[in-house]
Design a binder for this molecule. Structure first.
Ligand SMILES: Cc1nc(NNC(=O)[C@H](CC2CCCC2)CN(O)CO)c(F)c(N2CCN3CCOC[C@@H]3C2)n1
Ligand code: NI
Length: 207
C-alpha cells in the first residue's frame, strides 16, 4: 500500500512521490483521519515535514532534486487523507543598521495538522503579491490567488490534541492553500480568469 512505502524509515519523499495535475486524487475530497491518530498517520506527517525541511535546505534540495516548499498536503502524495504539513520560516527582523536580528523561533509555522478546518474567517480578502505556485502544477499560472485575509483554524496535532489557531497575512495563506488540497481545490481556482491581476475592493496584497 502506498502509505506503507512512504513511511519506511529509509524512504525520503521526493518529487517522484508527488502527483501532478490530471491525477484525479488532486480533485477528490480527502477523508478525515481516525482519532486517536494511528502510528502510520503520525509517521506520514513526520515524512511530510522532513520533505519540507529537505526542500528548504540548499544541499538536500540539490541532492534530492526537490522544488522548495513551505507546505504539503497528503493528497499530493496520492493519499486522500486530511493531513497537511506546514514549515513557514519566520520573517527575518532587521535592526536600524540593517543587521538581521536572529529570532528565537526559526519558524512561524512548523507543524502537521490533522483534520484541519477553517472555523471562521474575515470578510476581508488577501493575495500574495507574486501569486502562487504548486508542487503538483508544472507550469506558471499568473494572477492574484484571492484568499481570506484572516482565518481561525481548528485541527488535531500529532498528539491527537485539538488545537485552535488564528492566522493572518502570509502565514494564513499557506494553510489555506493546503486545506484547499484536502478539498480538491487548486490555487488557480481562485484566480479571476477574466483579469488575473484584478484588484478586488478592500483586498490586501501580501509582499
Ligand atoms: C510562497 C512560497 N512558496 C514556495 N513553494 N511553493 C509551496 O510551498 C507550495 C505551497 C505555497 C504556495 C503559496 C502558499 C503555499 C507547495 N504546495 O504545492 C503545497 O500544496 C516556497 F518554496 C517558498 N519559499 C519561501 C521560504 N523559503 C525558505 C528557504 O527555502 C526556500 C523557501 C522558499 N515560498
Ligand atoms: Ni499545492
Amino acid at each position: 500500500e502506498r502509505q506503507n512505502k512512504l513511511i519506511r524509515p529509509s524512504h525520503y519523499i521526493t518529487m517522484d512521490d508527488i502527483i501532478r495535475e490530471g491525477n484525479p486524487t488532486l480533485r477528490g475530497v480527502a477523508e478525515r483521519v481516525a482519532l486517536p491518530l494511528s502510528n502510520v498517520d503520525i509517521l506520514l506527517g513526520e515524512k511530510m515535514i522532513q520533505f519540507l525541511r529537505n526542500s528548504q535546505d540548499p544541499v538536500m534540495a540539490e541532492k534530492l532534486e526537490l522544488r522548495a516548499g513551505v507546505g504539503l498536503a497528503a493528497p499530493q502524495l496520492d493519499i486522500s487523507k486530511r493531513i497537511i504539513a506546514l514549515l513557514v520560516p519566520s520573517e527575518p527582523k532587521f535592526d536600524e543598521e540593517g543587521n538581521e536580528i536572529p529570532s528565537k523561533e526559526d519558524y512561524a509555522l512548523n507543524t502537521v495538522m490533522y483534520n484541519a478546518r477553517i472555523i471562521s474567517h474575515s470578510v476581508e480578502e488577501a493575495a500574495i503579491a507574486t501569486g502562487e505556485g504548486c508542487l503538483s502544477v508544472d507550469r506558471e499560472v499568473p494572477g492574484y490567488v484571492v484568499r481570506h485575509a484572516r482565518v481561525t483554524i481548528e485541527y488535531y496535532d500529532k498528539n491527537s490534541e485539538k488545537k485552535k489557531i488564528r492566522l493572518k497575512g502570509f502565514h494564513s495563506m499557506v494553510p489555506q492553500h493546503e486545506i484547499d488540497h484536502t478539498d480538491g481545490i487548486m490555487f488557480y481556482d481562485h484566480i479571476d480568469p477574466e483579469n488575473p491581476w484584478k484588484m478586488r475592493e478592500g483586498m490586501q496584497i501580501i509582499d
